[in-house]
Design a protein around this ligand. Structure first.
Ligand SMILES: Nc1nc2c(ncn2[C@@H]2O[C@H](COP(=O)(O)OP(=O)(O)O)[C@@H](O)[C@H]2O)c(=O)[nH]1
Ligand SMILES: [Mg+2]
Length: 249
């Protein structure tokens, strides 16, 4: 039945939440609980990417779908595996073919429920890809300005659109956006590649403010390593897409 107000669809679109996780034993249960509160969630898939802690076991106790990588393969491969499990659920009829995919980082804990705001524009057909923008984070840290700058400038150069938070991992994708985004750019380049490829397919991308709070990466050597891997993967995703564009012209 159509919604009399015309603002929201009468039945929420079925949504499959896909949570990539590496060593998130301390946070994964709270994140799963919060995601389950989002209307329309038909399944939750946790992809454990070679964690050395109890992430996979805790996720299994929460009775969600768990995909395990025996070794660490990176975020893009984790999301691809999650989409593979989603396709399997659709194949057996547990989830409808029109379902949206909702990518949710594992470290959001209770705040993860706020990613629900990404679903409505996709369900209403107003966007194919919605991306969460986060408020200023409570804990100190961050310092990803270099990678954020590289990502933002690259997306703008290749698409003409300038995102507020180019690296945000919380995203809702329509089936058309999934088709346009695959195969993903490798590793931490997944978000940047996805934005460029979905826009390149002529689909609509929107950023939506969500009240999300995640673990902020600090400034220790691990954080520096994380950022340099991010920089490398984002640069690679952009480089490949520049090359493709120059071949087309
Ligand atoms: N698949 C995969 N996910 C990872 C890896 N490292 C972190 N993650 C997950 O990716 C998400 C974002 O990672 P995070 O460390 O919070 O990065 P940040 O938010 O960019 O600072 C979280 O859900 C992590 O659990 C990894 O090596 N592989
Ligand atoms: Mg995080």
């Amino acid at each position: 039945m159509p919604d009399p107000a015309g603002a929201t669809p009468a039945t929420p679109l079925p949504v499959v939440a896909i949570i990539p996780a590496k060593d998130e034993a301390a946070r994964i249960a709270a994140t799963i609980r919060a995601v389950r509160r989002i209307p329309g969630i038909a399944a939750v898939v946790v992809v454990d990417d070679g964690s050395r802690d109890a992430t996979a076991g805790i996720a299994a106790e929460c009775a969600v779908e768990v995909v395990r990588h025996a070794r660490n393969r990176g975020k893009a491969d984790a999301l691809t595996s999650g989409l593979g499990r989603m396709a399997a659920l659709q194949h057996v009829g547990r989830v409808g073919a029109e379902a949206a995919a909702l990518f949710v980082d594992a470290d959001l804990e209770d705040s993860a429920e706020a990613v629900g705001a990404l679903v409505e524009p996709v369900a209403a057909g107003a966007a194919d890809l919605t991306i969460a923008t986060l408020p200023r984070q409570r804990s100190a840290g961050g310092g990803r300005g270099l990678v954020v700058g590289l990502a933002g400038r690259g997306i703008e150069e290749l698409t003409g659109w300038s995102p507020i938070q180019p690296l945000s991992g919380m995203r809702c994708l329509s089936p058309a956006a999934v088709a346009a985004a695959l195969p993903f750019a490798r590793g931490w380049g997944v978000e940047v590649g996805m934005t460029i490829d979905v826009l390149g397919a002529g689909l609509v991308v929107r950023e939506i403010p969500c009240d999300l709070h995640h673990r902020v990466t600090g400034a220790d050597w691990r954080a520096q390593l994380h950022r340099s891997a991010q920089y490398r993967d984002v640069a690679l995703a952009l480089g490949i897409r520049r090359l493709r564009r120059s071949r087309r012209s």
